[in-house]
Design a binder for this molecule. Structure first.
Ligand code: CDT
Length: 320
């Protein structure tokens, strides 16, 4: 019996700054209904899916930043997504800005802000939470840029690790993992999840076409997007579902190129527009096996005694 999960990559087009949560959720519900009509059991929405990608702006006042954050999940505006999951029998991955009152490393309760994703099952229950670890960009205002990328200012580094989890979608139990946007460029993310036997990684992103510190990469932004997810999938024998918030948002162009990648590294589903769009694939989780038990049989072939530098060293140090 194949272990099929039918997955919808629910790409969103641009979200204007003045678009309300209610309006965005309506767009997401339309995609969930389309997904249901395609027999999807799981849909993946983008990173920070409920608002415009606000780290492009520098705000002096914290109160101006906090309007983009959710204080509860579900909250009044997002509850319809959870209701639709139950009604349609579809799980979903959702990225959003999370404001939490919780203890820090010293045990002091304070307001904390994370770039977060949750996975919700078909009962409408949150089954896993992930907080983004690789925060790109910068912490201070850099007016020379055409637009800012202030994730290092507005978010703390995630404190939940890369934790694989078991979940059931449709009739299939599987091992899932989550990541967010810039995480997909780091092989460590895939490998840490791979070492937990992950079978499908869910991942949303907002990727501006223009990278101010390295404009020479701009023409390669779609290529790099596919390159990292295809290699991460193949080298760890896992499905990867990468979903964009795409198009021209508040004057900034973002890539689309949402894809569903098989454990072979092949793309089996893809969005072709820069708007709200659903790409669907029937994903057999057992297709991971021929990679996990042969070329990438970790227990047999990995040589961790030669990899210690990976955890002992952060930056590159060339030989003398
Ligand atoms: N949202 C996010 O993490 N975006 C980054 C842009 C960095 S510029 C290369 C990304 O990795 O797509």
């Amino acid at each position: 019996m194949p272990r099929i999960v039918t997955v919808g990559a629910a790409q969103l087009g641009p979200i204007a700054r003045n678009e309300s949560r209610g309006q965005v959720v309506e767009r997401m519900l339309a995609l969930m209904h389309e997904a249901a009509s395609c027999r999807c059991e799981l849909v993946v929405f983008p990173e920070l899916a409920l608002t415009t990608f606000f780290p492009r702006w520098y705000f002096d006042a914290q109160s101006d930043v906090d309007v983009f954050f959710e204080r509860s999940m579900p909250g009044p505006e997002t509850q319809p997504l959870f209701d639709a999951a139950r009604k349609l029998g579809i799980g979903f991955y959702l990225g959003y800005a999370e404001l939490a009152e919780e203890p820090d490393e010293r045990g002091a309760v304070r307001t904390r802000r994370f770039n977060t994703a949750i996975t919700v099952d078909a009962r409408g229950e949150i089954v896993a939470r992930y907080r983004k670890i690789h925060l790109p960009g910068h912490a201070d205002h850099e007016p020379w840029r055409r637009f800012q990328h202030l994730e290092k200012r507005y978010f703390e580094i995630g404190n939940l690790g890369f934790s694989a989890f078991r979940a059931r979608f449709g009739r299939t139990d599987g091992v899932f993992g989550m990541a967010i946007c810039n995480d997909r460029r780091w092989p460590e993310m895939y490998r840490v999840l791979g070492l937990q036997g992950v079978e499908m990684i869910l991942l949303g992103y907002n990727t501006p076409v223009h990278n101010p510190p390295a404009p020479e990469h701009d023409a390669l932004s779609n290529f790099h997007n596919q390159l990292v997810m295809q290699s991460g999938a193949y080298q760890n024998g896992t499905w990867v579902v990468g979903v964009a918030k795409a198009g021209r948002e508040e004057g900034v162009d973002h890539i689309g190129n949402s894809v569903i990648v098989a454990p072979s590294g092949e793309i089996v589903g893809a969005c072709t527009t820069l708007g709200d769009e659903l790409a669907v694939a029937r994903c057999d989780l057992d297709l991971t096996l021929s990679y996990k038990t042969t070329t990438f049989n970790f227990a047999k072939h990995r040589r961790p005694e030669h990899y210690t530098m990976i955890v002992e060293r952060t930056g590159a140090v060339p030989p003398e």
